[in-house]
Design a protein around this ligand. Structure first.
Ligand code: 8IG
Length: 281
């Protein structure tokens, strides 16, 4: 068993672990670099197959700094996917580490830093979330236009004052809307979780300008911007946020909405990633 520096150790440079991870990924996938990285959140797991042919699947446990998933419905592996016939490669993370797991923010953004180290210039972040707009029924994909980070944390270490204007690339959002002109946009609010919000917290999120509530994505997007990646964020509304709908939330409902929306989300993601790859580099 090889050992690598512990991400959680403050003396460890997280970039070094990301570089070690990228080296293992290159070795395991036979691809010296990847172009586009994707993080598949709740409801998005099945979409990778539509992007192209999976060339290699790598168990997370083989890759420095990666953890086993804590959530049912997430896969503990990453894959290298040939994007259609573009000649480009996607690095698809089938799972993410959530902030609420308590392993620290470095673990949360390790995939993002690894994507950068693997050569990616674009990052597509997907998630399942609660919707505040009653017009967005379960199974509606929504583009993330901006976010509110309510975790009281940042992935950035040291005095790096990273600009987050246009964090969610207007260029990439326009590409997505060309693929699906009916796509709405919204402001994603990252709460810590793992509990869902109270109705009062959802009302607060609305007053603050939020449209979507979830437990991921914002911290990863910040790390991506620090790393110089262009970011596209797409949420899948799997449930109406607490207090918006009359029924209580359940993880089952979330999984079911994901299964039902897999087709639409898959073709959307495949078309968007193909267009990005056609224009990338
Ligand atoms: I899926 O309603 C999913 N994830 N915070 N609130 C929060 N996270 C979520 C929700 C939700 N649905």
């Amino acid at each position: 068993m090889t050992s690598w520096p512990d991400l959680a150790d403050p003396c460890t440079d997280p970039t070094e672990v990301a570089e070690a991870a990228a080296a293992v990924i290159a070795e395991q996938t036979g691809a010296d670099h990847h172009d586009v990285a994707l993080v598949l959140g709740s409801g998005w797991a099945r979409t990778a197959d539509l992007i192209g042919t999976t060339v290699a699947t790598v168990d997370n446990s083989l890759v420095p700094g990666f953890r086993k998933p804590a959530v049912e419905g997430h896969a503990g592996s990453m894959r290298s996917v040939a994007i259609g016939s573009t000649g480009k490669r996607a690095l698809v993370f089938g799972t993410r580490t959530h902030f609420y797991e308590g392993h620290g923010v470095r673990a949360v953004v390790h995939g993002v830093r690894t994507a950068r180290a693997a050569g990616c210039t674009t990052l597509v972040l997907t998630n399942g979330c609660g919707g505040l707009n009653p017009a967005w029924g379960p199974g509606t994909p929504v583009l993330i236009r901006d976010h509110l980070n309510l975790t009281a944390n940042s992935p950035i270490e040291g005095a790096h004052f990273v600009d987050l204007t246009d964090l969610y690339s207007a260029r990439l959002r326009a590409i997505a809307r060309r693929v699906d002109p009916g796509l709405d946009e919204g402001v994603y609010v990252q709460f810590r979780g793992p509990h869902y919000e109270t109705p009062a917290e959802v009302a607060m999120a609305r007053i603050l300008g939020g449209d979507l509530v979830g437990m991921s994505t914002a911290l990863e997007a910040i790390a991506a911007r620090e790393a110089g990646l262009e970011v596209l964020g797409i949420s899948l509304v799997t449930n109406l946020a607490a207090g918006i709908s009359a029924t209580p939330l359940s993880h089952e409902e979330v999984l079911e909405a994901g299964r039902a929306a897999a087709g639409r989300c898959g073709s959307l993601l495949a078309a968007v990633v193909t267009r990005i790859a056609e224009g990338a580099r």
